[in-house]
Write a protein that binds this ligand. Structure first.
Ligand code: SAH
Ligand code: SF4
Ligand code: F3S
Length: 459
């Protein structure tokens, strides 16, 4: 019997309800990795909702468990394998449970082979390229005799996938997918495919819906967000897209990530500086402060070019908050070269740093490079780096005391009667208050500073 694609959603829902012996079967979706994956997870939940699923955070009561995986570092993969292994007993106890895996790890052949051989209780495996076929793949899993494996496929964009957003006032808005940069250490171009951008009309429509829907903190997403538009039939650049969105009326902040220094134009910085809607926060990964290492990483900018962008951005926006990513112990990096990374950190004075020890990824050029420095030694360098950044953060936080900042109240803190608000600069401020304040902007007087977090009172 031939089944129309749109029918899969309905059929899968009916079969699943019978299988779980529930009118509303429950799904648990757990997402690992970056915001791009979180955004994909929201689409998966959108499709599950359309299929009639309810949701649970408790794997004990779930009828369908899906892990949306990340392959960026070995540690991330090991943790996921461990967590998948821990699901075995659930499947034994409840054979009608469906366990599925998707996301970046599932685009790697060696990972899929390992799941096939060693994790027989996993029934469905699909990669980032198969997102829009999800209802059909669920249908095949429920009706076929075999486990379903789907890896690879076309680098396309499907604009018709429903989204079930995790937040009521914070939203992710993907504008482009994939990456063409092939930094020599990175697995992303292999698991997410070539760069492709959404049509500006589709992005603008979604942005308008979000603003009208009361969203207050909207982040435009892409692995290399500022190369947006390059492959569109009518090329548009990211600065123009950002400008058009930020011209929309409303009370909201607009953010974007992740920018690549080689595509960070003065035009983009000028747009940032000229709009009250764009948060004065730039996440701009530098990875290393040494030119030889940057070249080996295939980053395509120099230390001097990076610092020039920062200089220009600070000239236009004196209070600009800058955060970054950095890798310690790239193959062949010497201690002297690592010192260039420390000096760059001191020179820029980042608000926060996301720090990583190099992790070899199968199939990337860096995985085959000679790597004479021991992991133990790299761990020592890493600790040295953390100490440098901590001193900068402490000083930065202390300098905020006595100032008034605008913060978006995000959640209840772990202490009773305390809320966490986030400033435009992406710094957390603890304030006294009740849950009714969540989701609103407040003016806050900063009264106290810790190492990373501020304290204050609403005024
Ligand atoms: N597209 C973004 C994010 C990439 S992944 C960007 O270009 O910045 C997030 C960060 O993980 C990277 O910036 C890098 O610092 C780190 N990373 C990526 N691959 C890594 C690897 N093999 N080992 C250690 N860190 C890695
Ligand atoms: Fe990876 Fe580089 Fe692409 Fe970022 S820009 S996703 S680090 S290849
Ligand atoms: Fe991980 Fe894939 Fe993001 S590898 S960091 S989830 S693009």
């Amino acid at each position: 019997m031939a089944v129309e694609p749109k029918e899969y959603t309905k059929l899968a829902a009916e079969i699943m309800a019978v299988r779980a012996k529930k009118e509303t079967p429950l799904a648990m979706v757990r997402t690992y990795g970056c915001q791009q994956n979180v955004s994909d997870g929201e689409k998966i939940k959108g499709m599950l909702q359309q299929m009639g699923f309810g949701f649970t955070e408790d794997q004990e009561e779930a009828d369908f468990i899906l892990f949306n995986t990340c392959a960026i570092r070995e540690h991330a993969e090991d943790r996921i394998f461990g967590n998948v292994g821990a699901l075995k007993y659930l499947k034994r106890r409840n054979p009608s449970l469906i366990i599925a895996l998707c996301g970046c790890m599932m685009e790697q052949e060696h990972v899929v082979e390992r799941i096939r051989k060693s994790y027989p209780f996993v029934s469905l495996v699909f990669g980032t390229h198969s997102l829009s076929s999800f209802p059909q793949l669920v249908y095949e899993t429920l009706t076929g005799a075999k486990r379903v494996f789907q890896r690879g496929g076309e680098d396309t964009i499907d604009e018709n996938i429903p989204v079930r957003r995790d937040g009521r006032f914070k939203a992710w808005l993907p504008v482009m997918y994939g990456c063409d940069n092939f930094c020599s250490y990175c697995v992303v171009p292999y698991v997410r495919g070539r760069e492709r951008s959404r049509e500006p009309e589709a992005v603008l429509k979604e942005a308008r819906q979000l603003i009208e829907g009361g969203y207050k903190d909207i982040t435009l997403l892409g692995q290399n967000v500022n190369s947006y538009g390059k492959n569109l039939p009518e090329p548009v650049n990211f600065a123009k897209l950002l400008k058009e969105i930020s011209d929309m009326e409303g009370d909201y902040w607009l953010r974007f990530m992740t920018s690549h220094p080689k595509d960070c134009t003065k035009e983009l910085i000028d747009v940032m500086a000229s709009s009250g809607h764009i948060a004065k926060h730039l996440h701009l990964p530098f990875q290393s402060g040494n030119n030889r290492v940057l070249k080996e990483m295939n980053r395509r900018y120099t230390r001097e070019q990076y610092l020039e962008i920062i200089r220009y951005a600070r000239e236009k926006m004196p209070g600009l908050s800058i955060t970054s990513d950095v890798i310690v112990g790239f193959p062949g990096e010497t201690y002297e070269e690592f010192q260039d990374t420390l000096s760059l950190i001191r020179e820029v004075g980042f608000t926060a740093l996301y720090t990583f020890i190099f992790s070899p990824r199968k199939g990337t050029p860096a995985a085959g490079m000679s790597d004479p420095v021991s992991h133990k030694e790299k761990t020592r360098w890493f600790a040295e780096l953390l100490k440098v950044q901590e001193e900068i953060s402490v000083r930065r936080c202390a300098s905020m005391v006595g100032k008034t900042v605008r913060g978006l109240v995000e959640e209840e803190a772990s202490k009773p009667g305390v809320l966490n608000a986030r400033t435009e600069e992406n710094v957390t401020v603890e304030i006294p208050g009740g849950p009714e304040m969540i989701g609103s902007f407040r003016n806050i007087l900063v009264t106290d500073a810790g190492n990373w977090v501020l304290k204050g009172n609403c005024i």
